[in-house]
Design a protein around this ligand. Structure first.
Ligand SMILES: Cc1cc2nc3c(=O)[nH]c(=O)nc-3n(C[C@H](O)[C@H](O)[C@H](O)COP(=O)(O)OP(=O)(O)OC[C@H]3O[C@@H](n4cnc5c(N)ncnc54)[C@H](O)[C@@H]3O)c2cc1C
Length: 447
């Protein structure tokens, strides 16, 4: 019997009907209905329409979740593509290894991490996920399974980082993990008054801290624009830990998860509630302890299960852009002013510095500043985002396709002019467009 579901990304917008299959082997995918397109889905943590496929097939990879081998001496892990970072941490953390790149949630799969070439809050030091992938096995449109690496099929290897699952279905990968001395981090919080001070403080602290991320008050205006808290951190050594934590320095203990049991009503999110919530975030950020467990340091939002329901049934989008370093202060101020005057209520703003680009043609990160802003979906937002897009283009920037739900084809092409390079590989590896999704159709990433 067909398993037809209403599916969405993490932002719950858009919601589309797709037929879901849950393969255990490559063979299960090969026998699916000819004539229908298919897209892989991991844990659905991309925000928009990346892992949905209206009236077509979605291959949920959650059963491709086996560990294949782990070399404790070198930290090389081979696993199927549906294994999540949460599962990796649980298995290798107590042995003194950890994923080298951690995004803001651990509920992402290895396949999803490759397809969006994910980054963490140390991109300026560590780069993106591609830096730690040795090779992967991918099921191509012609039914063959090939191993892609920097040496074998290098063009296929690179194009999959940021490739949104549109070149094939990744079955397994070998990744290099990072050796750790503890599962704790030493951290420091600095309160800053405006965007100029924020950028100056990030620049001044960059070479001393591996991890750096700033919360910016989304409702601040005028001279306070950019007011927020910069949190900096480094991996803690055993000698940095207080005596009680030294007894178990590699402690793995998933946080107890609170639950948002149902969608909150749309009116729950208004200027007043956003203000209260951001005051709470400010207080938590400002009072950061000197030593933090990885759960709090990397994944504070994971403590609340299905927090995305807090935005109500209308859903939300995360608009994340990166702009080059040049004139960053003036440009970030202009962007924040535009958002403040838009009438759209931004819920959460997160600013990070990024290092050099490493992934394929559609990979998001490049050297500069990236700001991520959560906006509830509203008619006003649909009118505002195209204006913001134009400013980002004028500044030589682009938005993160892994979070996008609103770009149109023309704007996308201006942001990613190198898309043509990627399209040549799409034509080579998937000439009949077997792999497709809603975002592929929206942005014209089809053959
Ligand atoms: C709270 C939160 C915080 C986040 N923080 C960050 C962050 O700091 N940095 C960052 O970069 N991202 C961040 N993200 C986004 C997230 O890391 C990416 O969207 C990631 O790709 C999600 O992985 P997933 O397994 O859920 O994949 P899905 O969302 O299910 O799919 C994402 C893409 O991967 C493709 N895909 C999945 N599996 C395969 C496969 N086996 N083969 C081929 N393609 C596949 C899908 O087709 C789709 O295009 C965050 C998301 C959330 C919800």
């Amino acid at each position: 019997m067909k398993n037809v579901q209403m599916l969405a990304g993490w932002g719950n917008y858009p919601k589309v009907q797709s037929e879901v299959i849950t393969p255990r082997h490559a063979h299960d995918i090969l026998v699916t209905e000819v004539g229908k397109t298919i897209i892989a889905r991991g844990l659905g943590r991309s925000y928009g329409d990346q892992a949905v496929n209206q009236d077509q097939l979605v291959a949920s990879c959650i059963r491709l979740n086996h560990f294949l081998s782990f070399d404790e001496a070198t930290g090389v892990l081979a696993c199927e593509a549906g294994v999540s970072l949460a599962e990796i941490i649980e298995v290798v953390g107590p042995k003194g290894w950890f994923p080298a790149i951690c995004p803001g949630t651990k509920y992402v799969t290895v396949g999803g991490a490759i397809a969006n070439d994910i980054h963490g809050k140390a991109h300026h030091v560590d780069g993106s996920f591609i830096s730690y992938v040795i090779d992967f096995n991918i099921l191509l449109a012609d039914g063959s399974i090939v191993t892609a690496s920097r040496e074998e099929h290098p063009e296929l290897f690179f194009a999959n980082f940021g490739g949104l699952g549109l070149l094939g279905l990744i079955l397994s990968a070998r990744i290099q993990l990072r050796e750790i001395n503890t599962t704790y981090f030493s951290q420091r919080a600095i309160v800053v008054q405006d965007i100029d001070e924020m950028v100056d403080t990030i620049e001044a602290t960059n070479d001393k801290y591996q991890y750096s991320v700033a919360w910016i008050d989304p409702l601040a205006k005028g001279k306070n624009l950019g007011y927020g808290v910069l949190t900096l951190g480094n991996q803690a050594m055993q000698e940095d830990l207080p005596a009680n934590l030294r007894k178990n320095p590699l402690k793995i203990s998933p946080q107890k998860r609170l639950n948002v049991p149902f969608f909150l009503p749309d009116f729950a999110l208004n200027n007043f509630s956003v203000k209260i919530l951001n005051q709470l975030i400010y207080f938590i950020q400002k009072s950061a302890t000197d030593i933090a467990h990885y759960e709090r340091f990397f994944f504070p939002l994971d403590a609340i299960n299905q927090w995305n329901r807090g935005y109500g049934k209308r859903g939300f989008t995360q608009y994340q852009f990166v702009i080059p370093m040049h004139d960053a202060k003036i440009r970030l101020r202009r962007i924040l002013e535009m958002i403040a005057g838009s009438g759209c209520t931004p819920f959460l703003n997160v600013l990070k510095k990024m290092g050099k680009q490493q992934g394929g043609a559609l990979s998001f990160p490049f050297e500069g500043y990236t700001l991520a802003i959560d906006f509830p979906i509203s008619p006003q937002l649909f009118a505002f985002i195209p204006q913001l897009d134009q400013l980002i283009i004028a500044y030589g920037g682009r938005v993160y396709l892994g979070k996008d739900a609103l770009l149109d084809q023309e704007t996308f092409r201006k942001m990613y002019p190198q898309y043509q390079e990627w399209m040549k590989l799409k034509a080579k590896y998937d000439p009949d467009n077997r792999f497709s999704s809603n975002i592929a159709r929206r942005l014209g990433l089809e053959t």
